[in-house]
Design a protein around this ligand. Structure first.
Ligand code: FES
Length: 193
């Protein structure tokens, strides 16, 4: 049990550090702190705005929404190319994400509104640990992935689970929308208004 809960605990510590360290984050993502709702509103699940204008290709930022870590990743051109490769699709349990794990507008091979940006709830669909982002991939896989340290589940950069791992389904895509070209809102979309 400790084994499973540990990464969650780490996220809670990480989320606290994220808020506390907003000065540092603010240098790269200037509006993350100022636009975040109050703690009370956050607990009630208020949407969170993120300025992604300075997110470099390959970089990821984590924000907290409804007490959960939500990742925003700017995929590289190579990442996008890899997602569409036929041999990569063969490695996946549910390449078309037929199990309903995303809003309608993210029901495509990138599981996102824009190819370049990926937004997902960073919680493993096996037993709830927080996977690690591994932008350089690992020996057995040539491309970037998320790797869950608890029992070894692997997800690609569209959050699609690989075959032969314990996680049963793809990562969840939260409701989200672009308010402007570089401003993302997590936790709200046309269907939630
Ligand atoms: S929680 Fe078991 S593999 Fe992620």
């Amino acid at each position: 049990m400790t084994e499973v809960n540990e990464p969650r605990r780490r996220f809670l510590i990480g989320a606290t550090s994220f808020v506390a360290g907003a000065g540092v984050v603010g240098a790269a993502i200037p509006f993350v702190q100022s636009w975040n709702p109050s703690a009370k509103a956050k607990a009630a699940g208020a949407p969170v705005k993120v300025n992604i204008g300075k997110l470099e290709p390959g970089a990821m930022v984590t924000v907290e929404w409804q007490g959960k870590p939500v990742w925003v990743i700017r995929r590289t051109i190579e990442n996008v190319k890899n997602l569409a490769m036929e041999e990569h699709r063969d490695e996946l349990r549910d390449p078309d994400s037929e199990v309903n794990q995303q809003p309608e507008y993210a029901k495509n091979e990138y599981r996102s509104i824009k190819e370049e940006y990926f937004v997902a709830v960073g919680i493993c669909t096996h037993l709830g640990c927080v996977p690690n982002y591994e932008p350089d991939g690992r020996a057995e896989l040539r491309h970037a992935l998320f790797f869950c340290p608890c029992h070894g589940s692997k997800f690609d950069l569209a959050g699609r689970v690989f075959k032969g791992v314990p996680a049963p389904t793809n990562l969840i895509i939260p409701p989200h929308q672009y308010l402007e070209n570089n401003v993302l809102e997590i936790g709200s979309d046309a269907t939630t208004r």
